[in-house]
Design a protein around this ligand. Structure first.
Ligand SMILES: [Zn+2]
Length: 287
């Protein structure tokens, strides 16, 4: 990828500065920021067991957005910020989205204590400088278990499924990029890289299973819950359902929702543009 190539760029040509040691120091100091440079440690207290938690979080002002996927997955230039959205307690196993980690009632705490903490094996302290996709996946799966146990709203569970699907997609894209780069440069993949790349079909399958759960959850929530839902207004949720329905070729469901958005007086131009794009996509694939 671009970053790795740039890192190897020499800032000065040999002999340009006349001092080898100085040259090396200059190369080091001009090194491009790494993922860990965009992160900081945020402290929490677990509402279930009282343990102190340190969680990696993204310095939000420092990352640049580069758009969204059809299903609204946000993408950033420097790193996949979605990996850092979950706070998890390594002692009791309680986990949730950072924005509602402490949002838990007494009766929910009792449920997590009896159904998760009682059997959870305390994990070692995290010592890495960033979360891998596998670290992130584990955190999302813990959050989903907590959401189920504490009987969170259908929409909240659907949203976690959606975000888990995005993490699986992020991992797959990373592996696909590795494969593409190897093909382009003629570099042979190492044994462990070959093993990783062989996970791609399984990642596609798993992503689809999570998207299916998200679709069903949001369809149910739309009938029974009030808006805003997971921070999204009604039209945004309708667009999201349309995007998910399209994945599963439920074009009639999608077209009806998109039609409502396109004639809406309150929908933003941005959402209307996305709805129009999705409608065009459906027209092409459903012919
Ligand atoms: Zn805890």
């Amino acid at each position: 990828m671009g970053l790795a190539e740039l890192e190897d760029l020499e800032v000065f040509k040999p002999g340009e500065t006349g001092n080898v040691e100085k040259e090396e120091a200059a190369v080091v100091s001009k090194k491009l920021p790494q993922e860990a440079d965009y992160l900081f440690d945020r402290k929490y207290v677990c509402p279930v067991c009282g343990s102190a938690i340190t969680s990696k979080a993204v310095r939000s002002g420092h990352v640049k957005t580069v758009g969204t996927d059809m299903d609204l997955r946000p993408k950033y230039e420097q790193l996949d910020t979605l990996k850092y959205d979950i706070v998890a307690c390594r002692v009791c196993g309680y986990a949730a989205l950072a924005r509602n980690f402490t949002d838990i009632t007494e009766s929910q705490i009792a449920l997590v204590q009896s159904k998760i903490k009682a059997t959870f094996k305390t994990q070692a302290e995290f010592t890495g400088s960033m979360y891998s996709y596998d670290d992130a996946l584990e955190r999302y799966k813990l959050a989903l278990v907590s959401a189920i146990v504490k009987q969170d709203k259908t929409s909240e569970r659907a949203y976690l499924c959606l975000k888990t699907a995005w993490i699986l997609r992020g991992k797959r894209e990373m592996l696909e990029a590795m494969l593409t780069e190897a093909k382009a440069t003629g570099k042979k993949l190492k044994k462990e890289e070959t093993q990783l790349v062989s996970q791609i079909p399984e990642l596609v399958k798993e992503e689809k299973a999570y998207l299916k759960n998200a679709l069903e959850g949001f369809l149910g929530a739309r009938r029974t819950e009030n808006f805003p839902m997971c921070g999204m207004d009604e039209l945004t949720v309708d667009y999201l359902i349309a995007a998910l329905a399209t994945v599963f070729e439920q074009y009639d469901v999608a077209k009806k929702l998109l039609g409502n958005i396109l004639v809406s007086r309150v929908a933003s131009n941005r959402l209307k543009d996305k709805a129009r794009d999705l409608k065009d996509t459906i027209a092409k694939v459903s012919q």
